[in-house]
Design a protein around this ligand. Structure first.
Ligand SMILES: Cc1cc2nc3c(=O)[nH]c(=O)nc-3n(C[C@H](O)[C@H](O)[C@H](O)COP(=O)(O)OP(=O)(O)OC[C@H]3O[C@@H](n4cnc5c(N)ncnc54)[C@H](O)[C@@H]3O)c2cc1C
Length: 217
């Protein structure tokens, strides 16, 4: 994602060297010239995947002439492969991250991830974006990478950091989720969504604020 004049020269270079989905030859040159005129004085969001859509929606609330370009259709990149989970739990357990970057920084990192997820859900609800968004709990199971003792400790340090979770034992896990393991951390306030519908909904909001979208360019 980038903005401003420096993006325009990169756009021209990249467009000539990559992509099978776009026009070629003379038509390509015409498109390049037209697009470079559009991009003058514009704020550019590069890519119409879920990231570009969030950026475009946010920029369109602050800047008058936002332009989104993508060589594919909106949401047709890795966004279309997304398995729909909007989890605030990040990949590295908090107990491990504390060892790497200190307790304070690890807690801040995890809390930021939590806040970002909640902000995302609030934005979708406020803007009434229809993307099958639903709140869900997310169980993190005892398994090969983390045993019972480590997960009990992980749940404890998450709670100390103010993150909403609880450790449940195997009986509770079976009753609530139908999964046979010795235990799990259950985090609350995660969500699921349809990522392509979310992307298109955000782009529609950006368009309503005056942004212009150029797919297949
Ligand atoms: C199998 C799988 C499952 C996943 N599951 C989840 C999940 O459950 N939860 C989760 O949070 N994340 C998940 N992810 C990760 C998630 O899909 C990505 O983080 C997310 O889609 C990235 O979105 P993006 O907008 O950054 O990228 P993309 O959706 O790939 O968008 C980038 C866009 O930029 C365009 N583009 C790139 N280069 C150029 C160029 N030079 N000129 C013009 N256009 C260009 C592309 O065409 C594309 O449309 C999963 C990923 C995979 C592969």
């Amino acid at each position: 994602m980038s903005t401003g004049a420096s993006s325009r020269s990169r756009l021209a270079t990249k467009r000539r060297t990559s992509g099978r989905d776009r026009p070629s030859g003379h038509l390509q040159d015409v498109v390049d010239i037209a697009l470079s005129r559009v991009l003058k004085q514009s704020s550019l969001s590069w890519g119409a995947g879920v990231t570009g859509a969030f950026v475009a929606e946010a920029m369109s609330r602050r800047y008058p002439d936002v332009v989104v370009v993508d060589r594919r259709s909106p949401g047709a990149g890795s966004t279309s492969a997304f398995t729909a989970l909007l989890q605030w739990e990040i990949d590295i357990p908090l107990v491990d991250l504390r060892e790497e970057i200190s307790t304070r920084n690890a807690s801040r990192t995890w809390k930021r991830s939590f806040r970002a997820t909640q902000d995302l859900v609030r934005l979708v609800e406020r803007e009434n974006i229809r993307c099958q968004l639903e709140r869900r709990n997310s169980p993190y199971l005892v398994g090969n990478t983390a045993g019972h003792i480590k997960l009990v400790e992980e749940a404890r340090v998450r709670k100390v950091a103010g993150l909403p979770c609880e450790y449940i034992d195997g009986t509770d896990l079976k009753a609530r989720f139908g999964v046979a393991r010795t235990g799990a951390i259950v985090g609350t306030r995660s969500a699921v969504t349809n990522p392509v519908a979310l992307t298109r909904g955000l782009l529609r909001r950006a368009q309503a604020n005056g942004a212009r979208i150029f797919p297949l360019t």
